[in-house]
Write a protein that binds this ligand. Structure first.
Ligand code: DHB
Length: 418
């Protein structure tokens, strides 16, 4: 059983208020500490162990929010010789925590009609899934097994930094973006060293196949831009969706210029008189570089976090795409495809208990997943009537919580509006 921590500003214990909020009306902010789909322990102000969101918790309390930090299981936890933190444990624990605070709302500070989740990367995916999957029946069985309260687990708003989600389409999206760039480089968090490599001949062939899978997937979504124009890709992976993606980067560079940030002259961004006119896409991709080899997530030796997330009580790692299972280099099984879909936030776009308000950020130099992935999330949410604030901050790598002042301004606005 995971535990949770609940914090309220001291003023609320004496009947005071901060920024117009009091013990009854304050939004309930729920940052998580999940990264890499590893366990995300409950957290507290002043915590210095890794991972932690201590600075975020302190800033949120100073701003007048009630903070609930729930411990969430992750893919490496073993109890009684069983893996107990494989998918969907992280989201089940999150929902159990939300049900707990709702069940005890008379006793606890904060407004349970204003719950806002927040997280980065796998934690951003956790926030996104919490946002779309409110009260979805798929999770009932797991929540009952855990003894979760019989309450709603719907939330008001979700804040997601670089969410690593839509895993079953992330490999193909990655190759749609990086096909043709065969050198990769990434930081090994364990050793602190940069590792580099080159796709081999087989991976180059797989990259092309995956790229074409993405074209079919994207076209099947029938996404629309803000002017209700259809977003699609041709057989070469070009077309209105690519232009739409490029435009987010162009807007990002323009915003950087407007606030006197430097835009690197090697980035492929074409500037005339302080106006971004266009972007040389292949130059931009070479500038940010490919991080992952092929397939990027469901790798053929199952060394990545994602196959490990889809293990079972007895099996540590499993492939989660048919493609990787067919090309696997190790003895392997295919994970239950219903479970893989069930932890994809996009599965629940038509859910009437999904969060109404969304703030999604994905750095313009983030290469942990394809730009297509957060853009599909933001656009699908918009197309299904959600209120979405999406941007790709310039020169920003895979990271989160870098603009808390703006995040809190957004939370205050949507809380007042909703
Ligand atoms: C995270 C980053 C990744 O590149 C990934 O594949 C999974 C998770 C993370 O930082 O949480």
């Amino acid at each position: 059983m995971q535990k949770l921590n609940i914090f309220a500003p001291l003023a609320y214990f004496h009947g005071g208020s901060i920024n117009g909020y009091n013990a009854q009306t304050a939004p309930i902010f729920m940052p998580n500490t999940v990264g890499g789909y590893m366990p995300g322990p409950r957290d507290y102000p002043g915590n210095t162990s890794q991972p932690n969101s201590s600075k975020t918790i302190i800033a949120a309390l100073e701003h007048g929010y009630v903070v609930v930090s729930a411990g969430l299981r992750g893919r490496t936890i073993i109890e009684d010789s069983k893996y107990v933190g494989k998918a969907p444990a992280f989201i089940v624990d999150m929902k159990a925590a939300i049900r707990f605070i709702r069940h005890n709302s008379e006793l606890l500070p904060g407004n349970v009609d204003r719950i806002i989740t927040n997280g980065t990367s796998a934690g951003g995916a956790t926030s996104a899934l919490t946002g779309t999957s409110g009260n979805e029946p798929f999770f009932d069985k797991y929540l009952q097994e855990l003894g979760a309260a019989d309450e709603s687990d719907a939330i008001f708003a979700a804040s997601c930094y670089c969410p690593i989600h839509n895993l079953e389409h992330a490999d193909s999206a990655y190759e749609w973006q990086f096909n043709g760039i065969n050198d990769w480089s990434k930081l090994n968090y364990g050793t602190g060293k940069i590792e580099t490599g080159k796709l081999n001949d087989e991976q180059i062939v797989l990259s092309k196949e995956l790229k074409h899978q993405f074209i079919d997937y994207l076209n099947s979504l029938q996404l629309q831009d803000n002017n209700n124009q259809k977003l699609s890709l041709d057989d070469n992976g070009q077309g209105s969706f690519l232009n739409y993606v490029k435009n987010f980067i162009i807007q990002s560079a323009q915003k950087a210029l407007d606030s006197n940030q430097t835009v690197d002259s090697n980035s492929g961004v074409i500037i005339e008189n302080d106006v971004v006119k266009d972007i040389n896409w292949s130059k931009y991709l070479s500038f940010i570089t490919r991080m992952k080899s092929t397939p990027a997530f469901d790798d053929l030796k199952m060394d990545n976090p994602e196959p490990n997330l889809f293990g079972t009580e007895k099996i540590d790692s499993q492939h989660f795409t048919k493609f990787a299972q067919e090309h696997s280099k190790v003895p392997s099984k295919l994970a239950d495809q219903k479970l893989v879909q069930a932890i994809n936030p996009l599965q629940y776009l038509d859910n009437k208990d999904s969060a109404k308000y969304w703030r999604i950020r994905h750095g313009a130099s983030d290469r942990d997943t394809s730009f297509a992935i957060p853009i599909i999330l933001a656009t699908s949410l918009k197309n299904t009537g959600h209120k979405v604030d999406f941007a790709m901050p310039w020169d920003t790598p895979h990271s989160g919580d870098y603009d808390l002042r703006d995040l809190f301004t957004w939370i205050d606005k949507v809380c007042a509006e909703g």
